[in-house]
Design a protein around this ligand. Sequence first.
Ligand code: UTP
Length: 290
Amino acid sequence: MAQKVRKAVFPVAGLGTRFLPATKAIPKEMLTVVDRPVIQYAVEEARAAGIEEFIFVSGRGKTSLIEHFDHSFELTQTLMARGKTKELEDLQRWLPDPGQVVTTRQHLPMGLGHAVLCAKRAVGNEPFAVILPDDLVLSQTPCLKQMVEAWEEVGGALVAVQEVPRHQTRRYGVLNIDHDYGKLISVRGLVEKPAPEVAPSTLSIIGRYILPPEVFGHLETTERGAGGEIQLTDGMVKLIGQTPFHGYRFEGKRYDCGDRFGFLEANLAFGLAREDVAPALRRIVSELFN
Ligand code: UTP
């Protein structure tokens, strides 16, 4: 039987310095877009893609994030006593089942590649997804679900990509394109955070990946790269030539919630996409401009 993507890794050990002072005592993944924390969108997206095990790589000060996915006895009792059955049902709907959440720690924030490596034991010898929760994707079909369907055809490694303006290539891992098939792009190479003048293309990786377990061995031998961190891109690049490696142009729009403007935009876009929020939000925004 073909392998299935059953596990997703959520690296949440970053410091969130771009979002200070908000992130001094609160993990950036717990900031709310409309009415739920950013991490909850990521977990719901993973579940919609058929993921059965949610692996959080956390660090210092991230306790509230882990608590968010735990059963809250006091809250359940209080909601029951007050007859708030709808609120109770809403809470139960997205809460992972007992045993579905695994947490591991990255002792020092040594980079995204290192954070993914910290999930090696929890993942074991099977393909897995990586979701960076700060990247929210608003789409018809959840982004990871689109990717899982494409991955079932091509296997190997699959990374979500989008075109970015050339002056922004320094913020991304960028593809060196072998062949562009439209939705799928076969990859010849990857460069982490290239200067615009040397970037091999403007097709850039965003925070959704499906990777084979062989990437762990490569991450173990990856030296510190751009920014003095162990970069996931530098580990992934070693897969090229060993396993099929594709970029995937997903349907939808991505918002970078690790950045204050991306975060504000996500609040507006996700609010306007919700029937229960859009009418009031439209009115509020138009009043602000009058
Ligand atoms: P970012 O590049 O956004 O870094 O990480 P950051 O530290 O979280 O935030 P800034 O740049 O200081 O504002 C991308 C993803 O990788 C995780 C982050 O939690 C985020 O999901 N990450 C990054 C780790 O888990 N560990 C690290 O050492 C670095």
